[in-house]
Design a protein around this ligand. Structure first.
Ligand SMILES: NC(=O)NCCC(=O)O
Length: 417
């Protein structure tokens, strides 16, 4: 996107007005990367990128040049399209295991006042060409954002939004199963689930659709936020599916749904179960979490020697009835801006630039999964970790009579003479 000229306007005091709050851009740029690239001298930009994005196999992360016809489709359907490649070192006894992975972020399509069925169908219609571009670009595994099939209405606390919930084999899954089969692609679909066999209970669930259009399994969100307007505990309970890793045709994958990314032990559990890629389908807003966003996933990728694919919703969703945040501030009708910025992190501490902060997008990356074991061999985190010590601490911590292990300076509470 071109630098938005409006950003130059000054307010009464001659202070540059921030456009970021108005259109979701960063001072008129779609992403931090595009802002830096447009404003820094090339040699300085290169050095800044090295520090911000790290190096993969000793050099800046490679981009993949996609065909012009693919780029034309992204223009036609107005979504950001970027493609990268994570390499691994060549091994003597193992062939490279390169998979192509995609992340899709999107805004909702119709206002939240439209009939529910129209809203859902409009999202399907918007996503189809993006998923098709992923499929025709050879993407093996694609992950959609959290609760992609509905507006993120959990801020409202209104129960009528529960109508969007679907069984694991419901309409949204069937829509994606056709695409998975057509493109021989694994699809991770994060939905609001209605478990009809257990009293119509609701869950926040990722459905893993195999490349033959089959349902491999599901995972339910482990950690439910109780922060800001994320009133999700009004709708569903903490998940009961553990930390499953799904062995697919293209590698072992796990799904750490949104708020689970703040819990290092949640990330660890997917790693202990052998995940090679963990997806983090999310819905989060700028004011609350943007400084955390580039750090947590990257840290998880480093600490657990796997790849992470982070996906965030995009846009501002406005609801019919205003609500308050219980903080004494005025009532409002939206969550704030979902800032997109989907990206990949690798076990060697490198990461891709982020997708747009204010537009739909498809991020593609090739990744050689051999990098996971290579980083385990290099850093040995699995060997240097002291699981038995942590296990003992956690077991003690869970006891009602737990006392924190604090050794106080004996002089601290002595009266001075
Ligand atoms: N959907 C969700 O869990 N959001 C919580 C906010 C955050 O974790 O940034």
């Amino acid at each position: 996107m071109e630098k938005n000229q409006e950003v130059e306007t000054k307010n009464g005091e001659g202070v540059e007005e921030s456009k970021s709050l108005k259109d979701g851009s960063i001072c008129g740029y779609e992403s931090l990367h595009s802002l830096l690239s447009a404003n820094l001298k090339p040699e300085i930009f290169q050095e800044v990128s090295r520090l911000l994005l790290g190096l993969n196999c000793g050099r800046a992360i490679d981009t993949i040049v996609l065909p012009e016809s693919t780029k034309a489709l992204s223009s036609e359907h107005d979504f950001d399209l970027q493609a990268f490649c994570f390499h691994a070192d060549k091994e003597l006894l193992r062939a490279p295991r390169v998979v192509r992975v995609g992340l899709i972020q999107n805004s909702i399509s119709l206002p939240t006042t439209a009939p529910f069925l129209d809203q859902k169908r409009a999202i399907f219609q918007k996503l189809k060409p993006i998923i098709e571009v992923a499929g025709s670009s050879g993407v093996n595994i694609v992950c959609l954002q959290e609760a992609w099939m509905m507006p993120f209405a959990f801020c409202t606390r209104e129960k009528r939004w529960c109508e969007f919930a679907e069984p694991v084999d419901g309409e949204s899954t069937r829509f994606l199963q056709d695409l998975a089969l057509k493109f021989n692609m694994v699809i991770i679909s994060s939905i609001l689930e209605r478990d009809v066999n257990h009293g119509e209970t609701l869950w926040n669930t990722a459905v893993i659709i195999g490349n033959h259009g089959n349902i491999i399994g599901k995972h339910r969100k482990n950690h439910i936020p109780r922060v800001g307007d994320f009133n999700e505990s009004t709708y569903y309970m903490e998940g009961n599916t553990g930390h499953p890793v799904f062995e697919t045709a293209y590698g072992k994958i796990g799904v750490n749904i949104c708020y689970g990314r703040h819990h290092p032990l949640n990330w660890l559990a997917f790693g202990l179960n052998g995940a090679e890629i963990v997806f983090n389908p999310s819905a989060t807003v700028g004011e609350l979490s943007e400084p955390m966003w580039p750090i947590e996933a990257r840290n998880a990728a480093i600490a657990n020697s796997y790849f992470v694919g982070s996906i965030n919703r995009v846009g501002t969703e406005i609801f019919p009835n205003p609500f308050t945040s219980g903080d004494g501030k005025p009532q409002h009708a939206d969550f704030g801006h979902f800032y997109g910025s989907s990206h990949f992190s690798a076990p060697d501490a490198s990461c891709t630039p982020s997708l747009s902060r204010n537009r739909d997008g498809l991020l593609i990356s090739d990744m050689d999964l051999n990098l996971c074991r290579q980083l385990k061999d290099k850093w040995g985190f699995r060997m240097t970790a002291r699981y038995e010590v942590y296990a003992e601490l956690l077991a003690n911590y869970l006891k009602p009579d737990f006392k924190p292990q604090v050794i106080s300076d004996p002089l601290l509470h002595k009266k001075t003479l």
